[in-house]
Design a binder for this molecule. Sequence first.
Ligand SMILES: NC(=O)c1ccc[n+]([C@@H]2O[C@H](COP(=O)([O-])OP(=O)(O)OC[C@H]3O[C@@H](n4cnc5c(N)ncnc54)[C@H](OP(=O)(O)O)[C@@H]3O)[C@@H](O)[C@H]2O)c1
Length: 248
Amino acid sequence: MSLSTQDKPIALITGVSRPTGLGLETARQLGHKGFRVLITARDLSKVEALAKSLKSEGIDVTAASLDVTSDTSVDALCKMVSDTFGKLDVLINNANSVYDAGVKTLSTDFEVVHQALETTLFGAWRMCKAFVPLLRKSSQARIVNLGSGAGTFADGFWGLGHNTQGVPAYGIAKNSIHALTAKLAFELADSGILVNAVCPGFVATYEGTEAMGARPIPDGAKGIVWAATLPPDGPNGGLFRDGEPIGW
Ligand SMILES: NC(=O)c1ccc[n+]([C@@H]2O[C@H](COP(=O)([O-])OP(=O)(O)OC[C@H]3O[C@@H](n4cnc5c(N)ncnc54)[C@H](OP(=O)(O)O)[C@@H]3O)[C@@H](O)[C@H]2O)c1
């Protein structure tokens, strides 16, 4: 059954600037499920090029510029979504700016830590503050925050107490988005908005990572799409990989 334009659920995804990013593949999979996808990135020309490729697959897509670290940028997008659609069904906080491999916690540059937190924690938090009023207008609203095993205590390989790659800014920022997920899920529990964090696993979004054992991009995106399309009685306030709960 094909949905009319008016009935189509709308999914907004942050950080969609790369052809091999999880954001684009998530948009593709949601688009093929009948969503109208609103893909966003700091560089409008990059996201417009990606939107063109989705359009050629028959996906209903809109591209917009968005810097999640800027109140002005987030507010402008929020106004556009409100004026154009009057509601939002799915918010996917996918943007990430730092992967500080090889860095030790005590030798890290605070500029990098700030950058990581500005994007991952404050960026997602800012998006939630701005868009929850529009999500409340949906009967099936979902927030998906891109977390990571690297931001958990539980993961015995990538986790905070084990990761031999270092990644202190990345790991601590991802830990903080997990915390944001739990707080929001608790506070929005009566709203019908389900808020979950997803770790996509180790995904081949950068050249050379496949040889290191990273999984194909469509496999990583599936778990994001799962959290974005949960039924009303789906879980709230958890961290998941491939639709299964994982330890924080
Ligand atoms: N790939 C993996 O193995 C893996 C594993 C665990 C978790 N994750 C998480 O999954 C998500 C997607 O992964 P990925 O590898 O596809 O992503 P990525 O390339 O690391 O990040 C996604 C995008 O975020 C954008 N971004 C950076 N700063 C931004 C800002 N201020 N405002 C808006 N967008 C901004 C970047 O675009 P520009 O810099 O071009 O603006 C980038 O294309 C990330 O959150 C990542 O941490 C990935």
